[in-house]
Design a protein around this ligand. Structure first.
Ligand code: 5GP
Ligand code: ZN
Length: 114
């Protein structure tokens, strides 16, 4: 299941080059093209679903694997500590409507809700 107009489906299909970090049967992870922190990796199910709520409903096992992949990236790059963000809806910043978690870390981030 992929969407030919979706940039992340094109990355998953190998049609757009990217800095790939992890590939499993169900998940890919690649570096964000515009990083906000020393580690900023997008963890993306291969299946085209719009957002985390659709993923949780359709494939909770894949969501659990996505979190495991995020932990592995943080173990490799930032002492196991990470922020995992799923922007869900355009008003809160979602710009690509293929579910992805932003794994952010490698710096003292503090906390800001916005
Ligand atoms: P969103 O705004 O939907 O939460 O996150 C989409 C993210 O995808 C943004 O942080 C943006 O920088 C990243 N992005 C958009 N296009 C590309 C691309 O072609 N390659 C990579 N590696 N990242 C991209
Ligand atoms: Zn897609």
């Amino acid at each position: 299941m992929s969407d030919t107009d979706c940039i992340f489906c094109q990355i998953i299909a190998g049609e757009i080059p990217t800095d790939m970090v992890v590939e499993t049967e169900t998940i890919v992870a690649f570096r964000d093209i515009a990083p906000h922190a020393p580690t900023h990796v997008l963890v993306v199910p291969r299946q085209h679903l719009a957002d985390i709520t659709d993923l949780a409903a359709a494939a909770p096992d894949v969501l659990a694997e996505l979190i495991d992949v995020a932990q592995r990236i943080a173990d490799d790059e930032c002492d196991g500590q990470f922020r995992l963000i799923f922007n869900t809806g355009p008003r809160v910043g979602q710009s690509v409507f293929h579910v992805h978690g932003h794994v952010i870390g490698g710096a003292d981030l503090g906390w800001s809700p916005a």
